[in-house]
Design a binder for this molecule. Sequence first.
Ligand code: GDP
Ligand code: MG
Length: 222
Amino acid sequence: MAMRRRTLLKVIVLGDSGVGKTSLMNQYVHKKFSQQYKATIGADFVTKELQIDDRLVTLQIWDTAGQERFQSLGIAFYRGADCCVLVYDVNVMKSFDTLDNWHEEFLKQVCWNIHTFLFLLRRGSEANPADPKTFPFILLGNKIDIDGGNSRVVSEKKAREWCASKGNIPYFETSAKEDYNVDAAFFCIGKTALANEPEQDIYFQGIPEAVSETEQRGGCAC
Ligand code: GDP
Ligand code: MG
């Protein structure tokens, strides 16, 4: 019989407030949608199990409030992330324009962690850490249902060009309201996170010591 391993994958969902991050997660995990807007406070996660090929994986999906500053989310929030999901609203240009910031800020956090990891590795193993520049992202263009698509201001072409410019990030157009493409998007997120997971197994080891040592040396140089 084939051996089955249960794997926990950490996924972080980022994007401006109001783009539908919480709604997408609710639709995916609970199959529910609410018109009511309730601001997410701080960061929280939900979990969902899914089968990917012969692996049973648990997605641990971290939700955030869009207005939250990166620094205030803290290093622990990003630690061990296997995939980062960026969300914008196809009807709001600003939510698309800020994607660059979310992408950059996330990489900064991961980069800091990778340097910490490298520092650790120099003392022992020869294994190669993941390159922060190739960290897996996925982009979701949400709320495509609104006004039958007549009020959208960001074209699919423009979004795909952005994805191409960032190293071919997978792109999905979704509607949390109509449950359109939500399962497909999260399946891709799971697959991408799983592909990134082996490095993270190594990377988890001994991080607490490294944090204080790197801090003493003045932090990340990237
Ligand atoms: P968050 O701040 O990114 O977590 O956004 P929320 O999930 O709280 O959603 C903000 C508002 O947009 C809420 O009123 C939701 O009901 C609404 N919303 C979210 N996704 C969709 C969608 O796909 N279509 C439509 N029409 N409304 C949505
Ligand atoms: Mg929210």
